[in-house]
Design a protein around this ligand. Structure first.
Ligand code: URA
Length: 205
């Protein structure tokens, strides 16, 4: 069994917090395990709990629409959540729930090793940059370890407040350019160092 399959099995059997009691299904995440880009949401809603898959309800339809607008499909990316089980009535995650669940997400990040993580919403963003405001940070890439984190509003926020949709659209539109820049930087970092100019070498002769 692969490391990923073991992880999914652990998530599906997890009983570390109260959320496991009322779940129909845990929602580990899905997509390409070699994806350049990983989306991290907050936690499953009703549809996700029913299906065991992330972002398959109304917020997911908006995510699909935004992905399609930049020429991406779900199988091109990896989609996960901070929490793997649905909080009752979609309430905010509790710190203790986030503490129990985050090690699963850390293992997903390690396995997929994306170059870009899109943090959807404040809970996802605060995993990487605790205490900062998503509305100030959104739309600007940030370095976290060797990964670029790109904070955005959560798609569900646009369903409650349609005035936020243009900001989400704009941030999505900047993703292809960001991915290109990140790839280019990685390519450059792989290149052998240019030979030192003869003059400099001569200093040690
Ligand atoms: N909202 C999330 O954050 N994740 C889902 O999977 C669905 C809705």
């Amino acid at each position: 069994m692969s490391e990923y399959d073991v992880l999914v099995r652990e998530i599906n059997g997890c009983e570390q917090c109260e959320l496991s009691r009322d779940r129909q299904n845990a929602v580990p995440g899905e997509g390409s395990l070699t994806a350049e880009i990983m989306f991290i949401g907050e936690g499953p809603g009703q549809q996700e709990d029913r299906n065991g898959r992330p972002f398959v309800g109304p917020a997911g339809h908006l995510l699909d629409e935004m992905l399609a607008a930049i020429g991406l499909k779900r199988p091109d990316v990896y989609i996960a959540n901070m929490l793997k089980c649905r909080p009752p009535r979609n309430r905010d995650p509790l710190p203790s729930e986030l503490d129990s669940c985050t090690p699963f997400l850390d293992r997903q990040i390690e396995i997929v090793a994306p170059s870009v993580i899109v943090a959807l919403g404040r809970f996802s963003f605060s995993k990487f940059f605790p205490g900062e405001s998503i509305s100030r940070a959104r739309g600007r890439p940030r370095r976290w370890r060797d990964i670029v984190v790109f904070p955005m509003y959560h798609p569900a926020a646009a369903l409650h407040n349609p005035g936020l949709k243009p900001a989400i659209q704009k941030d999505f539109e900047s993703l292809p350019g960001l991915i290109e820049r990140v790839k280019e930087a990685a390519r450059k970092a792989q290149e052998p160092e240019p030979a030192k100019p003869a003059q400099q070498l001569s200093m040690f002769e």
